[in-house]
Write a protein that binds this ligand. Structure first.
Ligand code: ZN
Length: 211
């Protein structure tokens, strides 16, 4: 199987989206969306390991929804490599998993994202803190919504339970798939409101809308 890794060069310095014409910029160019005052995400930087497409997409969906765990160590390998390439990991103070709603936890009985986040934290030697940021609302499913609707849909759906653990810190939030980044951005906004200094995001996969 060919793994569609996200290239390390030719990507937006903020959201990590592969951009045409950015090759050779050494990750210093910023895409149009991230340059815009109203469209820029609230996180400072995001990294993804692979493109969410083809066989990889099916495998990740199997992992997320059906507890197919056989590739999870590969996911952790890929994520670790992406994070080490993109971030100065020694500056990360705390690693947080993207929280799932209680409904989803009860529904599926497990949380794959927290496994990956915990494993990543162990590998890079940083503190893992589940439960610091939690879901407090039930947004509609994001799939099928355009970007603006996604942003509205997720507004106010996170809360920080223990702000003292993020205040003045560099926080790394780990999720499975990033599409427009609106959910991660809202999570970052909530963390910054609670006093986090920097919010970095890492996801296993990246869904690239335009190809
Ligand atoms: Zn960008």
């Amino acid at each position: 199987m060919r793994v569609p890794f996200v290239p390390t060069d030719g990507c937006c310095a903020v959201c990590g989206r592969p951009c045409e014409g950015f090759a050779g910029t050494g990750g210093r160019a910023v895409c149009e969306e991230c340059s815009g005052r109203s469209s820029a995400p609230h996180f400072d930087c995001a990294a993804s390991a692979v493109r969410y497409e083809g066989t990889i997409r099916e495998i990740i969906q199997g992992y997320k929804f059906n507890a197919h765990l056989w590739m999870r160590d590969d996911f952790a390998d890929w994520l670790e490599a992406a994070v080490r390439t993109r971030f100065a990991v020694a500056r990360v103070d705390v690693v947080l998993p993207m929280p799932v709603s209680l409904f989803h936890r009860l529904d599926r009985g497990y949380s794959q994202c927290s496994y990956i986040a915990k494993e990543l934290a162990r590998r890079i030697g940083r503190i893992y803190r589940p439960g610091v940021v939690v879901r407090c609302g039930h947004p509609r499913r994001q799939a099928g919504l355009d970007e603006l609707s996604r942003r509205e849909n997720v507004k106010g759906t996170f809360a920080v339970r223990r702000p003292e653990l993020v205040r003045g810190r560099t926080v790394l939030v780990v999720d499975d798939v990033m599409t427009t980044g609106s959910t991660l951005s809202e999570c970052a906004r909530t963390l910054k409101e609670a006093g986090a200094w920097r919010v970095w995001c890492a996801t296993i996969a990246r869904s690239v809308r335009d190809g």
